[in-house]
Structures are given as structure tokens and as C-alpha cells.
Ligand binder design. Structure first.
Ligand SMILES: [Zn+2]
Length: 108
């Protein structure tokens, strides 16, 4: 196979333009603008029209993640409360032991 049949563009005279299609499925920006008259969803940063279902899915996933994190925080707060109680009880036992030690030392 030879390259003889291939027509090569003359890049010195050719003017290429690429028109980017609006990003309707995904936008990296995080802020959403709702047009309640047109019932459309746009990116508040770059004004790209967004797919409403994709936006709803992202919000739902964020909410699920938030609910998981709230449960984890509640578990950690419960553990922290238990640790603080253990610490308070340990300090009280230590104080009692020191007092008894002083009593024993003063008696001896
Ligand atoms: Zn955007």
C-alpha cells in the first residue's frame, strides 16, 4: 500500500474551526441555575445547559453521602461520650487511689 492515493490538506491555506457542542450532560462546575419558566437547568458558572436527570442524580448521591456522614458523625460522637465518661471515671479512681496512698503513708 502506498501513500500516493491519499489527498493531504494544505494546512497553510486551510482554516479549521471547531465548534464545541454545548455540554448538556456534564459540567465540572458545582452551581446549578434553575430556569423555572423554561423548565431548564443551567450551570450557574458557565451557563451550559445541563441534563436535569444528571443534576438530580448528583444531588441524590450527594444527599446519600451526607446521610452516611451524619450517621458516622453520630457514631463517633457516641464513642467520644463513652471515652469522656471513661476518662472521668479513671480520674476519679486515680484521685481515690492517691488519697488512700497518702493515708497509708501517713499511718505508717
Ligand atoms: Zn459549568
Amino acid at each position: 500500500m502506498t501513500d500516493d492515493n491519499i489527498i493531504r490538506p494544505d494546512f497553510d491555506t486551510l482554516h479549521l474551526q471547531v465548534r464545541r457542542q454545548p455540554d448538556t450532560l456534564y459540567c465540572r462546575h458545582g452551581q446549578v441555575l434553575l430556569d423555572d419558566v423554561a423548565r431548564k437547568v443551567y450551570c450557574a458558572s458557565c451557563n451550559a445547559e445541563l441534563d436535569p436527570f444528571t443534576v438530580l442524580l448528583r444531588i441524590a448521591r450527594d444527599e446519600m453521602k451526607l446521610q452516611y456522614e451524619r450517621r458516622e458523625i453520630a457514631k463517633l460522637q457516641h464513642k467520644l461520650t463513652a471515652l469522656k465518661n471513661d476518662e472521668r471515671n479513671t480520674k476519679a479512681r486515680l484521685q481515690r487511689a492517691r488519697r488512700r496512698l497518702k493515708e497509708v503513708e501517713s499511718d505508717g
